[in-house]
Design a protein around this ligand. Structure first.
Ligand code: C5P
Length: 408
């Protein structure tokens, strides 16, 4: 199975922040995911973190000195600037951000940032006041306007005792952002993708709910793939264990009714709608505001049907808006999925066999078919959810090409 960072050369710049120790975990995850990681420490980075751990994890000699590299052609800055697929600066201090913004080149890292044309991703980590200072904010805006990527920082307690934005964001978010920055396939640039993901919690009373086992893994994979291809992504997200990627706009919606409201609010700006949520079919209308008391007798709950969000979008969408759904089936999979494709007026439906152990709720892989209007169903091999998302957006590109030119 292809890994996100196979054959990718990533220069990992470590600058002088207390969070420098976290760069070891980042390096380790990148190496596991297939990358060749070349660690570079500024003098500040080296004060906080020695080179031994990073060299052990990456199997590469850490670069620390501008003049040493002249003697060593492998780490010579122009050679590496050309060979790198990505520069990831994590943690990135206000100082390296300022130097990169203004073209200062007084050490190996800042010099090589000028020499490279590879994508550059900064993961800032600093004191909140430094982060919020107009100088830092302006420098970041300048770098963004030149196409540099940023991830984080997270908000929380900082080593200096303050609370606010400035913590190095978690490693998974940095890896997501690195995968997005590395992706050359930009077929969704300028497009807005709206995805429903997760399940619902329909309240029985203030402390109990009716829920389902949706993990949110498919919605996550779809959102990440759309982000990689350059889309703006909004995830209307019900309760689930896997949160959407950090770069997506997330609207948290516990119930189906709240999900529909959020979808409606976003729909006018959307080019592609994907219904990946396991929406609750029923809800309790007007649940009590006080906790129901147990009295030993049977309890009968009256359930009202929830709105069908996919069908609603299928009916309300404009000609340029694509609508895609999923159908989780246990038997007569293709017949049931084909009926849903028609009934909900979708362009494409992904039929899932949720009965087999390697497919459906909570699994990392899936057995699926693509069913479109006026085309033969396509049976897909056993795929990871990430691979299914890639194939789905390949189909989206075909669907977009068939839209009248004015609607693309
Ligand atoms: O009808 P069924 O629930 O099997 O349809 C599945 C598809 O419809 C999925 O794409 C799901 O996200 C969507 N759906 C929805 N709103 C509902 C029920 C299903 O958007 N109330």
């Amino acid at each position: 199975m292809a890994r996100d960072f196979d054959n990718q050369v990533i220069v990992l710049g470590v600058t002088g922040s207390i969070a420098a120790y976290k760069s070891c975990e980042i390096a380790s995850r990148l190496v596991e995911a297939g990358a060749e990681v070349v660690p570079v420490l500024t003098s500040g980075g080296r004060e906080f973190l020695g080179t031994a751990s990073l060299e052990g994890i990456t199997g590469q000699r850490a670069i620390t000195d501008m003049f040493e590299s002249v003697q060593n052609p492998d780490i010579e800055h122009i050679a590496l600037a050309r060979r790198a697929n990505l520069f990831l600066i994590a943690p990135a201090t206000a100082n390296i951000i300022a130097k990169a913004a203004h073209g200062l080149a007084d050490d190996w890292l800042s010099t090589t940032l000028l020499a490279t044309r590879a994508p550059i991703l900064f993961a800032p980590a600093m004191n909140t006041m430094m982060y919020q200072h107009p100088a830092t904010q302006d420098n970041m805006a300048l770098l963004k306007s030149r196409g540099c990527h940023f991830v984080g920082p997270a908000t929380g307690a900082l080593a200096c005792g303050e609370f606010g934005p400035g913590r190095l964001i978690d490693t998974p978010a940095i890896l997501e952002a690195a995968a997005i920055a590395l992706c050359n396939e930009q077929s969704l640039r300028g497009k807005h993708v709206l995805i429903t993901s997760g399940g619902n919690h329909e309240p029985i009373d203030p402390v109990r709910y009716i829920g389902n086992r949706s993990s949110g893994k498919m919605g996550y994979a779809l959102a990440l793939e759309a982000l990689k291809r350059g889309a703006q992504v909004t995830v209307v997200c019900g309760p689930c264990e896997v949160r959407p990627p950090d770069a997506a706009i997330v609207v948290d919606t516990p119930t189906a009714t709240a999900m529909l409201e959020a979808v409606n609010a976003c729909l006018p700006q959307v080019d592609i709608f994907i219904a990946a949520a396991a929406v609750a079919d029923y809800r309790i209308e007007d649940p009590p505001t006080e906790k129901r008391k147990r009295n030993g007798a049977n309890l009968t709950l009256e359930l009202a049907p929830n709105p069908d969000i996919a069908a609603h979008v299928g009916a309300a969408r404009k000609p340029h808006q694509l609508a895609i759904g999923f159908a989780a089936e246990t038997h007569d999979i293709l017949e049931h999925a084909a009926a849903k494709l028609k009934k909900k007026n979708l362009d494409l439906i992904v039929a899932n066999d949720v009965k087999s152990v390697d497919s459906g709720f909570g699994t990392d892989t899936t057995r699926a078919w693509f069913l479109g209007q006026d085309v033969e169903p396509e049976a897909l091999p056993l795929l990871s959810k990430a691979e299914l998302a890639q194939r789905l957006f390949d189909r989206v590109a075909i669907l977009q090409a068939t839209l009248p030119a004015t609607n693309r």
